[in-house]
Design a protein around this ligand. Structure first.
Ligand code: DQA
Length: 164
């Protein structure tokens, strides 16, 4: 099973950027923690960061047939990007939206997420720990889907046997 983690604009600046809001942790350290969780749980993981909307759309599209789950922090594009929302809806891969800060406690323009309605869920306000929560959640979702597919396959095999 594979998870792709997509990080939006300015998240490459974590550790430098508005530390009072986003804290001191660098993106690569968050990713190291996620990598650790993935290894412990036998999950393949890949990380992608871009400051460009179109590149994020491309990466989401590439997940088709490649990833079983996506974790995305679309950063500022959360509040503006119909293109990213449409890409997530198009690929139909379970996706979890993460924000370090609690977007509902901040400026009004951050209260609206265009992305949340096409995601399995949203985690907001727990700092870097939110990514760990997202790993737990996406693992649970991927396991449930796998169990469902395995059951369906077993039922089909049983039906074929009975038909023969
Ligand atoms: C953010 C919240 C967004 O509103 C903001 O534009 C970001 C980071 C967060 O993780 O808290 O860049 O997604």
């Amino acid at each position: 099973m594979k998870v792709v983690v997509i990080q939006g604009p300015n998240l490459n600046m974590l550790g430098h950027r508005e530390q009072n809001i986003y804290g001191p942790m660098k993106l690569e350290d968050i990713h190291k923690q996620m990598q650790g969780f993935a290894e412990q749980n036998g999950i393949q993981i890949e990380f992608f960061q871009s400051n460009l909307e179109g590149e994020i759309v491309d990466r989401i599209q590439e997940c088709m047939g490649e990833a079983n789950g996506v974790i995305i922090n679309p950063a500022a594009y959360t509040h503006t990007s119909i293109a990213i929302r449409d890409a997530i809806a198009a690929v139909q891969i379970p996706t979890i939206e993460v924000h370090l800060s609690n977007i509902y406690q901040r400026e009004e323009f951050r209260h609206k997420s265009l992305i949340a309605p096409v995601c399995a869920g949203q985690i907001t306000g727990f700092g870097p720990f939110g990514y760990h929560m997202a790993m737990i959640s996406i693992t649970q979702i991927m396991n449930e889907i796998k169990a469902m597919r395995d059951t369906q396959q077993a039922q089909k095999a049983q039906q074929n046997l009975q038909g023969n």
